[in-house]
Each structure stands twice: as structure tokens, then as C-alpha cells.
Design a protein around this ligand. Structure first.
Ligand code: WTA
Length: 664
């Protein structure tokens, strides 16, 4: 029990958290002693960041061919790191640990939601990766070919990513919660040759038939030559029949591995060889294919994992509750932990099934020492109540982390007190799919924390605040930028250099990276992230673009027009609100609301379903026809209407405000 002798009363906890809200700064907990030294890094990075990264690249990674050039900045923003070096990422994540005698160390303690348990060692993962790599080759996959991965949180997802890396193929992982339509779109735009998926995925006691859903979409996709299917639930899970397989195109994962040669030497890859594409939402409906390359990305993930999570790979047990389909899963479930030889928990299941205490039960069972999750999950746990964590012994925890969205101080304090027992530092880590690795975060044991602030830049990174017109700000509110290149930065948007430059390197020139977030810098040099400055909505730490949701809604035959905005939400940080005009001036009813929500779920995924749909006779537009989303946001959040004189028809806003007020 975290509370030793008394049962925590909700009233007392609430009062205690209220009291703690007055505390601005928390010094590093006295009982926490940092394992890895960091002072020398801080000094070296401040003196010469490029030399610092070069030293780290030599120290932390194993190179087949050492690099002689560190950073090529001849053609910004197309930077190159370690360009004449060669390495293989799967060799760095697997072979070198096995070669060092750590093959028996557990890489993943996998836990399924029905109580299944599996320990996958480094040797196991290496064996599986080699066979799968050969299996991919037998299907014609080679260097530079794109392989889609649409898998739930099962160990095969790590093997799939590593097998691609082993032979120089480029993986494109799609979050398991996305709809098959979204998967198809991502396979199509990336010209994926092969897709690795699963027969069915379990969630809260039910099974979703993934393969048949994928088939229904993938039929007409000529570029997709093969589908590899992991049999995770089998006929029993699918109502008595195995998943449908198309002769000549589809192959069972197990059969592919059984037929494959067990030995597949890791191919030395140029440091700048593409490693993966990960689609993320931007300002338009078309997702951005963020491209990361081999050497720099691995260095970023490996170094920051070490600096931020400060773990001893031989004794610590780490758990990141994210999904591997997001960048957090790439960098801090797969690459960062494995490159460091860490032991992780991988959990396939929801935090509230079979009961609200399942996470804490797993932490107790595996004696997890480092836990990394999202503020939205913490807020859900607060809602469920402290009695669930209090049922379990969480004393193994020594460090806690959060990622994905700003954390409200109340949630921070609850995490600190109820989960961390006030002895664990909290690292509020700020970064993005584009940055590849954590960029702003407390250094545990060193940095004093302020609830709600990601604190300061890690060694080697140069985030900064500027005014709207690019003037540096040392304090106050501004636009977040990064002023120097860093190894794990995105290299481009897949096959779209122009959009890459336009999105990130046009506003302040080709050497200043535009983050897309607004932030505040306080007198101590601490960063407080405010939120996105573009049309990106952050729902439960998941990025969605307003345009993407709008285009899904207007694809419904009854819809004439739609505008989507974010509304502050206590639970999910932000929630999606859709203002919808139906054709023929119709006004929708509850059934239409349900239908539209399902329509969006089927096209993008459940996470994109609007929380509120507001029927509008008309939308506020400027004289040039542009929808004024800012005004819609004001209405959704119940703020007084600002200046509406630039609107073509100022009366539209008053009508909408009345409607929203009536809807409550
Ligand atoms: C937001 C997730 C506040 C931010 C790793 C960023 C955060 C976007 C934090 C990237 C944090 C991420 N505090 N906001 N600690 N971490 N964000 O690409 O708006 O899915 O730009 O990467 O999430 O989301 P992405």
C-alpha cells in the first residue's frame, strides 16, 4: 500500500492537493540519487553542441563504419548528421546486447488483458527479428522499400520494426486505433509494398476482426504486394473461422518465419538512410509523412532515454503506456529502451479492464521502477479514484514521466502524491513526432520542477521563444522555435520537400525550426507549453487536424458544410466540436449525431469522433469565404463574442451562440 496504515479518504486527499497547489517549486526528492552522471554533458553541450553530439554518437552507438563528418549544414533545412558513417539499428538494439552476454535479459515483459504473460528476451527478439527480416526479403522487400505495420501492442510489433531496420526497409507504423480507411490512405501515399497486420485485436474482452476490415479497404491498392498476418486471436477469437487470406498475396506470419533462414546479418546502413515514416496530423486534411533517418534518430532516442529516465538496464523495469503507433512508442517503447538494453513492460489492453486497477497491478507484479504515461490517463485515474492505486504496492517506482500535452498542476500533484508517494521525480517531457526525441524535460535528481512546466532544454538542444515577427524573447509568451539542428530532427516530409520547408522552415527562414506550439518562458528560464498555434487538436495527447475531421464529416451525404474546432476539456485536454450544416437546411436529431460520429470513426478512427455536434444554419465566414474558427472556438467555450465586423454576415454568430447556449 502506498498509504501505509490509513485508508486515504477522498476528502483528505483533495484538501492536501489543494494545499500543495500553492507550492510553486519542488526540489528533487531527497531520496532520489541520480545513477548516470549528467553535469559533464550539460557543460560539453553548452560549449559546443555539435562536438557534444559527435562524442555521444561514438560513446553510445556501435558503428560498422565510423563517421568522420558530424554535421553537414550546406543546404539548410536539409541537414545531414554523421553522413559518412554506417550502422545498423537492429544490431544496436539487439546483437550488441546478446554479444555482450545479455541475451537472457528480458527485453519485454508482455502482458495481455486476460492475464496472459510472456517474457521476451533479447536473444528471443533477435531470433525472431532475423527470421522475419529474411521472410520480408523472400517477399521481395529490400533497401528503401516501405513496409506498413498495423499491429496491436504485441511483441511482434517490435520484431517487425527491427526486421525492417535490419535490411534497410522503411517502416510505416499506423496506430492500431485507426480505421482501415486511414491505414489504406497511409499505405497508398507511402507506396508500401508489404503490410504486416493481425487477424484480430482484443480490447476489453471483445475482438475486432482486423484482417477482414483491412481486406475490405486494401483490395484495389496495386502497390501493396503482400500482407503478412500475425495470428493473434485465431479461429476461436473470430467466431470459429480463421481470418480470410487471399492466395498469392497473403501469408501467415508464423509460416513465413518457419520457412525463413534463422540467420540474417544486419546490413550496415548509411547514417542518413531513411528509417521510418510516421504520419502525423498537420494543418491540412492530408497527413504529413514525417521521415526519420538512421544514425541521428537512434542517437536522439538513445541519449535522451538515458538522460531522462536515468535507469540501470540491468536492474530497472521500465514501462511506457503509450501505443507503438505514435512517436512515443517508436522512441520510448522500442528504440530508446532497446538500444540501452533496458527491460520494459509491454501491455496490450485498456487501463480500465478488467478493472480500474490493472495498471497498478502490473506495476506491482513487475516491480516497475520507471513509469511514463500521458496527462489524460492520469486525469482518468483521478476520476476513478485513488482507491485503485492504493490497492497495490507501488513502492518499486522511482521515477515518473508524462508526455503528449500540457499537464495541469492538479494532475501533476495527484501523480506525485498518489502514484509517486512523493519520492519520485516527475519528468514532464516536451517533444514531437518531428523532434524524434525529448527536447525539453527536467533532468531527474537535478532539476527542480514546477507542476505544469516541462522546465528546461536537455543538453544539445536549443529550443527558444520568439515574438510573432521572430525577435528573441527571454521571458514572456511567444512562439516556440528551435534555433539549431539536432541529430533526431525529421529530415523531410515523405516525398514532399516543399511542404517540409513550407511547414517548418519558411516563417523564420531555413535555419529556424517552427515548432507549431506557443509557450511561455518564466524568469527562471522554464518553458510552459501553452498549446498549438496551428489547426491541430490535441485529444488525449493524440494529434488530429481540424481539416482531417472536417473532410471526414463532409464526406457524409447529408452534410453540406462543417467546421471543426477544439474546446478545452477536463478529461481529454481538448475535445472536438463540430459545427455542421446539413444539406437542404435540415436540422439534425440525436440519430444524425450518432450517425455522423460513427461515420468519422469509420473513416479516421474512434479517437476522432466529435464530442459535440452543433447544427448550424450557416458558418461564420470572412468576406473572402474563409471560416473563422477562432470565433467558433469562442462560442464553443462560452466566451463573449469578439469583433465580428469582418464577417460577411455578422448575424451568423449571434444565431450560433444562441444555439450553443440552448444545447447546454
Ligand atoms: C504537445 C508527442 C505540453 C505539443 C511526443 C507538441 C506537449 C505535440 C508535451 C506533439 C508536453 C507534447 N507538454 N505539450 N510535455 N508533449 N506536447 O507529435 O503541442 O504526437 O507540439 O508528439 O504535443 O505531438 P506528437
Amino acid at each position: 500500500m502506498t498509504t501505509t496504515d490509513e485508508t486515504r479518504s477522498p476528502g483528505a486527499l483533495e484538501a492536501e492537493l489543494e494545499r500543495m497547489l500553492a507550492v510553486e517549486t519542488f526540489d528533487p526528492p531527497a531520496g532520489f540519487t541520480r545513477r548516470g552522471p549528467i553535469d559533464a554533458d550539460v557543460a560539453a553541450a553548452a560549449a559546443d553542441p555539435v562536438a557534444f553530439w559527435a562524442d555521444k554518437a561514438r560513446e553510445l552507438l556501435t558503428w560498422d563504419k565510423p563517421f568522420t563528418k558530424v554535421l553537414n549544414e550546406e543546404n539548410p533545412p536539409f541537414y545531414k548528421w554523421f553522413e559518412d558513417g554506417e550502422l545498423n539499428l537492429s544490431a544496436n538494439c539487439l546483437d550488441r546486447h546478446v554479444d555482450a552476454g545479455n541475451g537472457d535479459r528480458v527485453a519485454f515483459h508482455w502482458a495481455g488483458e486476460e492475464g496472459e504473460r510472456l517474457a521476451v528476451t533479447y536473444a528471443d527478439l533477435l531470433a525472431e527479428t532475423q527470421r522475419l527480416a529474411n521472410g520480408l526479403r523472400s517477399l521481395g522487400v529490400g533497401r528503401g522499400d516501405v513496409v506498413g505495420i498495423f499491429l496491436p501492442m504485441i511483441p511482434q510489433v517490435a520484431a517487425a520494426m527491427l526486421a525492417c531496420a535490419r535490411i534497410g526497409a522503411v517502416h510505416n507504423v499506423v496506430f492500431g486505433g485507426f480505421a482501415a480507411t486511414a491505414v489504406k490512405e497511409r499505405m497508398e501515399v507511402s507506396d508500401a509494398k508489404v503490410l504486416i497486420t493481425v487477424d484480430g485485436a482484443r480490447r476489453k474482452g471483445r475482438t475486432a476482426p482486423v484482417k477482414s476490415a483491412v481486406d475490405a479497404e486494401m483490395g484495389e491498392l496495386a502497390s501493396l504486394e503482400h500482407i503478412i498476418v500475425v495470428e493473434a486471436v485465431g479461429a476461436a477469437g473470430l467466431g470459429g473461422q480463421r481470418a480470410p487470406m487471399k492466395a498469392g498475396r497473403d501469408v501467415w506470419y508464423a509460416d513465413l518465419l518457419a520457412a525463413a533462414d534463422p540467420v540474417c546479418p544486419a546490413e550496415p546502413m548509411p547514417a542518413e538512410a531513411p528509417l521510418f515514416i510516421l504520419y502525423s496530423s498537420g494543418s491540412t486534411a492530408k497527413p504529413k509523412g514525417i521521415l526519420h533517418t538512421t544514425g541521428g534518430y537512434l542517437l536522439g532516442a538513445t541519449y535522451t532515454y538515458r538522460a531522462v529516465f536515468d535507469l540501470d538496464p540491468a536492474t530497472d523495469v521500465y514501462w511506457c503506456s503509450a501505443d507503438v503507433g505514435w512517436i512515443t512508442g517508436h522512441s520510448y517503447i522500442v528504440y530508446g529502451p532497446l538500444a540501452n538494453g533496458a527491460t520494459s513492460v509491454m501491455y496490450e489492453g485498456a487501463p480500465d479492464y478488467p478493472d480500474y486497477d490493472v495498471w497498478w497491478k502490473l506495476i506491482d507484479e513487475y516491480k516497475v521502477t520507471v513509469f511514463y504515461t500521458a496527462p489524460t490517463a492520469i486525469r482518468a485515474c483521478i476520476k476513478w479514484g485513488a482507491e485503485y492505486p492504493d490497492r497495490h504496492d507501488l513502492s518499486s517506482l522511482r521515477l515518473l514521466g508524462t508526455v503528449g500535452e500540457p499537464i495541469n498542476p492538479k494532475a501533476w500533484l495527484w501523480y506525485h502524491k498518489v502514484i509517486g508517494g512523493e519520492r519520485c521525480p516527475i519528468v514532464d517531457t516536451w517533444w514531437q513526432t518531428e523532434t524524434g526525441a525529448i527536447m525539453i524535460s527536467p533532468i531527474p535528481g537535478v532539476t527542480s520542477t514546477k507542476p505544469g512546466s516541462a522546465t528546461r532544454p536537455l543538453p544539445g538542444y536549443s529550443p527558444a521563444l520568439v515574438t510573432e515577427d521572430g525577435q528573441p524573447l527571454s521571458e514572456g509568451v511567444g512562439v516556440l522555435v528551435v534555433t539549431k539542428p539536432w541529430p533526431s530532427m525529421l529530415r523531410t516530409l515523405y516525398k514532399d520537400d516543399e511542404r517540409f520547408v513550407e511547414t517548418y522552415f519558411s516563417r523564420f527562414g531555413p535555419t529556424t525550426y517552427l515548432v507549431g506550439d506557443a509557450a511561455r518562458l518564466d524568469a527562471d528560464g522554464y518553458f510552459w507549453i501553452i498549446g498549438r498555434i496551428d489547426d491541430v487538436i490535441n485529444v488525449s495527447g493524440h494529434r488530429l487536424s481540424t481539416a482531417e475531421v472536417e473532410s471526414a464529416i463532409v464526406a457524409h451525404e447529408a452534410v453540406a458544410e462543417a467546421a471543426v474546432v477544439a474546446q478545452a476539456d477536463e478529461q481529454t485536454g481538448q475535445a472536438i466540436v463540430a459545427f455542421v450544416t446539413l444539406s437542404g437546411g435540415r436540422i439534425g436529431d440525436d440519430a444524425t449525431v450518432a450517425e455522423l460520429r460513427e461515420h468519422v470513426a469509420a473513416r479516421i478512427g474512434k479517437l476522432a469522433r466529435p464530442k459535440r455536434i452543433i447544427w448550424a444554419d450557416d458558418l461564420p465566414k470572412t468576406r473572402s469565404g474563409k471560416i473563422m474558427r477562432r470565433l467558433l472556438r469562442d462560442v464553443a467555450e462560452g466566451r463573449a463574442l469578439g469583433d465580428v465586423t469582418t464577417l460577411r454576415d455578422p448575424a451568423v454568430m449571434a444565431a450560433l451562440a444562441t444555439k450553443v447556449a440552448e444545447a447546454g
